[in-house]
Write a new protein. Structure first.
Length: 255
């Protein structure tokens, strides 16, 4: 198998007790690359430490997660900018909007998103986008940047077919993870009607573990379950799903 986990918080404290074992299981499952989105200033050190330890496997991004955007977020974005100027990152991420947890800072989230998209264009990097309960709003935010050549992925995509088509018309990818395996995930129409060239596989670990491990701590090895689900829906060999989606991830995040 040839698999890539395009979005994994493998550096998080949930893996502190057994991180090396988790990585070993990922390699055994066929995962040969793990792309790691940053969250905020508190996650940078652990993310970069893991990247330094496993440079061929664990690849970092740099960005400010929308749920970490506060009233005075400018200092955090200065730090993101400083790291992008001096570091070697594959994308600006995880950035975006979130109307699930807190709607009161949406204007700040939008401003932070726009600034980070400008940074991505400046550094010629793609973006990894979070859009929980805010897909339509985020599509509209992305539109002017896509017109200027920005690329990226709508990570943990849970939208409908029309939204998926809008995203892919921008040239952006769809990150499919554990939700794709859920009985009521509702992603079969997207899987059936969107060409595989637009699809990345992800876990978003430690969150959103796929069936049959739903409810447990997620890990990169379980990206195979997502590949299995897509293969079943499309009646294709899982090896083909792995090859195509891995190539998509490597092409998007190539420096």
């Amino acid at each position: 198998m040839n698999l890539v986990d395009s979005h994994a918080h493998i550096y998080s404290e949930e893996f502190d007790i057994d991180r090396e074992e988790v990585l070993a299981r990922a390699i055994t499952a066929g995962v040969n690359k793990i792309f790691m989105p940053n969250v905020d200033h508190e996650s940078i050190d652990s993310m970069l430490e893991l990247s330094d330890k496993h440079p061929e496997l664990c690849v970092p991004m740099m960005g400010l997660h929308p749920c970490s955007v506060k009233k005075r977020f400018e200092k955090d974005l200065y730090e993101v900018e400083e790291w992008l100027d001096k570091g070697d990152f594959c994308a600006v991420g995880e950035i975006g909007t979130d109307l699930y947890w807190d709607k009161t800072l949406f204007e700040e989230q939008k401003e932070a998103f726009n600034i980070q998209c400008e940074l991505a264009l400046k550094h010629q990097l793609p973006v990894a986008i979070h859009c929980r309960d805010s897909i339509d709003e985020t599509i509209e935010l992305v539109r002017p940047f896509a017109d200027r050549g920005l690329s990226g992925v709508f990570h943990c995509f849970t939208g409908n077919l029309d939204q998926a088509r809008q995203v892919t018309e921008f040239g952006f990818k769809l990150g499919l993870g554990g939700v794709a395996t859920f009985k009521k995930g509702g992603l079969e129409p997207v899987i059936e009607n969107i060409d595989l060239s637009h699809i990345l596989l992800e876990t978003d670990c430690p969150y959103l573990a796929p069936v049959p491990n739903r409810g447990k701590r997620n890990e990169p090895a379980w990206v195979r379950n997502v590949a299995d689900k897509i293969a079943a829906v499309l009646n294709k060999d899982v090896e083909e799903i792995g090859e195509i989606t891995s190539a998509n991830s490597l092409a998007l995040f190539a420096k």
